[in-house]
Design a protein around this ligand. Structure first.
Ligand code: BGC
Ligand code: CA
Length: 303
């Protein structure tokens, strides 16, 4: 039994992603879903039954969220789309960057009211080329922030008054006042900075105590941060440098699922981190997450 000071880290399934990202726990199916952005795969694993499956959707897959009906809302290389959970059929909704071949969607997540937020980045990681968007329940796409470099982690406070956001190269977490009734955000300010030596902040989630769990790209860790003081509260070392995102799952939301990447590593680097690209699970943490918010819309999957 792991104890509080010594949580266990395990590989969930013997599969290695190129750019594993966007873990989301499906409470209904008791499944962890995650994407491999570059080849465009959506993975699912049900730890209870030990069943693994994947969908290949034919374009880069930045992030997925669950819809109320169990299918996916997705932010893909070519915009927002529904993805049929059973057969991977992609039903495009809108592509706000249709004219920009150099960008793709990256991280995304549903807000507490069931709107889907997702941001873009340049394929060559050019500074300031990305944007943050929000898709509402009527399937209207709203531009929320411009001049983003690598749009990444999103999280909302339990009282639904704050939205946290990571644009990775800023090395900081930005906090916005958030209005749950309209999905509006205020101007935003830096909540805290992450020192360079910790790695680059990537995806994130929030626990029931309002603390942020941040994946550290090239930082070999996932860490718990206090958004008010900027204090680093806990670090979980992982056997891969490029830690990309995390979410709580399991029957009581006490297991922390953590994605990682192998992309961009040299053969020598891969030799010392053969588990790069794996999905890890951290157990024995004294922290608990909340169910993932689902995308709410009246629009049927096929229109
Ligand atoms: C992106 C990568 C990027 C990394 C840097 C990830 O979310 O998908 O392309 O290099 O963030 O933090
Ligand atoms: Ca990410």
């Amino acid at each position: 039994m792991p104890d509080a000071t010594n949580p266990s880290v395990d590989v969930v399934v013997p599969h290695r992603c190129d750019l594993g990202e966007g873990p989301v726990w499906d409470e209904e199916r008791q499944a962890i879903c995650w994407v491999d952005i570059l080849p465009g795969h959506i993975h699912e694993y049900r730890p209870g039954e030990r069943v693994y499956s994947r969908l290949e959707i034919g374009q880069m897959a930045g992030a997925v969220a669950l819809r109320e009906d169990g299918h996916f809302m997705a932010a893909l290389q070519h915009g927002f789309a529904f993805v049929d959970r059973e057969n991977g059929t992609v039903v495009p909704i809108c592509d706000p960057e249709e004219d920009d071949d150099g960008n793709r969607f990256n991280d995304g997540k549903c807000d507490p009211a069931g709107r889907f937020w997702a941001g873009t980045m340049a394929l060559d990681e050019r500074a300031g080329a990305g944007n943050l968007y929000m898709m509402d329940g009527a399937l209207n796409c709203h531009l929320k922030k411009t001049g983003v470099s690598i749009s990444n982690g999103l999280a909302w406070s339990g009282d639904q008054k704050k939205m946290y956001y990571i644009d990775s190269p800023t090395h900081s977490v930005t906090v916005f006042d958030y209005d749950p009734s309209r999905g509006d955000i205020g101007p935003g300010k830096v909540a805290f900075r992450i020192p360079e030596e910790e790695g680059t902040p990537d995806g994130m989630t929030i626990d029931r105590e309002g603390m942020l769990w941040i994946a550290h790209w090239d930082g070999w860790q996932v860490a718990r941060w206090h958004p008010g003081s900027g204090e680093k509260l806990l670090s979980i070392p992982l056997p891969a440098a490029r830690i990309t995102s995390c979410t709580f799952g399991g029957p009581d939301y006490r297991d922390l699922y953590v994605t990682s990447a192998a992309t961009g590593l040299t053969d020598d680097e891969l030799a010392v981190q053969p588990l790069a690209g794996s999905l890890f699970v951290v157990r024995g943490l004294h922290a608990q997450g909340e169910p993932a918010s689902r995308f709410l819309t009246e629009t049927p999957l096929r229109t």
